[in-house]
Ligand binder design. Structure first.
Ligand SMILES: NC(=O)CCC(=O)C(=O)O
Length: 255
């Protein structure tokens, strides 16, 4: 499966501008079966104003469905603010190449350092889904600091972990280290998309990445806007698990 990661800058609070950029980037992709976008790519962290944009989640889904069909590509659509009656969720949509919305996951762990707990509701969704015959699980940014949440999906069968993010540059070494650790400890592929550029509070670090189940980096972005391309082969997961059979060796009598 060929993957194209949209490592983009995000116009703060201006979803029209961000829609336009994403449409332009779709016209540039070379060869991809799966496109991955960053966290909150339609608005950035303009959290206090999200409630004034109640219609934009549905518009975002409509746009992504159209792009998936036009370009015949599967999409893990980053995430967008999803205004519901009981609050605003940070929701990740998955759309297949026929334009069907097959899965949604709202971020479980809210990141207080960026005020998420003041404006957003935590989700309660299962992160796992099957896309193009492959078992995936998708998480959002801060979720990667909770290995037990990711391990749960891997024990349920996920072979590829996808992570859209807005991860600030000063902690970019945490980003890379945590993603490598999640790949190695779970013997899965990791595909992670981080934005670049800045907003009024943060500068973001890019370094979107594809990591194989042995922990080897297959593709990595810089700290500038670009489409990062990588290729995954899920049969590798079983090969690595035969070499070091951690799932047979777990001591479930102790933990
Ligand atoms: N958008 C986020 O969840 C950021 C998480 C983050 O920066 C971290 O250090 O964790």
């Amino acid at each position: 499966m060929k993957v194209a990661i949209f490592q983009m800058d995000i116009a703060f609070g201006s979803f029209e501008e961000n829609y336009k950029k994403v449409e332009d980037w779709f016209n540039q992709i070379e060869d991809a079966d799966l496109v991955v976008l960053p966290e909150l790519w339609t608005t950035g962290y303009d959290l206090p104003n999200l409630k004034t944009m109640p219609e934009h989640y549905d518009r975002t889904i409509d746009l992504l469905k159209e792009l998936a069909v036009t370009h015949n590509v599967n999409l893990i659509g980053g995430s967008a603010a999803n205004v519901k009656d009981d609050g605003i969720y940070n929701t990740l949509p998955v759309i297949d190449n026929h334009g069907s919305l097959i899965h949604e996951y709202s971020k479980l762990h809210l990141f207080k350092l960026m005020d998420e707990h003041l404006h957003l509701q935590a989700g309660s969704d299962d992160p796992s889904f099957v896309l193009a015959g492959i078992s995936f699980a998708a998480f959002i940014c801060y979720d990667i600091r909770f290995p037990e949440w990711i391990r749960k999906s891997v024990l349920n069968g996920a072979k590829v972990i996808v992570v859209p993010a807005e991860w600030p540059a000063p902690r970019i070494d945490h980003w890379i280290t945590l993603l490598k650790a999640r790949a190695i400890e779970n013997q899965v592929y990791v595909i992670a998309c981080n934005r670049v550029g800045s907003d009024p509070a943060n500068e973001f670090g890019g370094h979107s990445i594809v990591i194989d189940p042995w922990g080897k980096v297959i593709a990595e972005g810089t700290d500038q806007e670009e489409i990062v391309y990588g290729e995954i082969n899920v049969e590798e997961v079983e090969e690595i698990r035969k070499r070091i059979p951690i799932f047979d060796d777990r001591r479930t009598d102790y933990y």
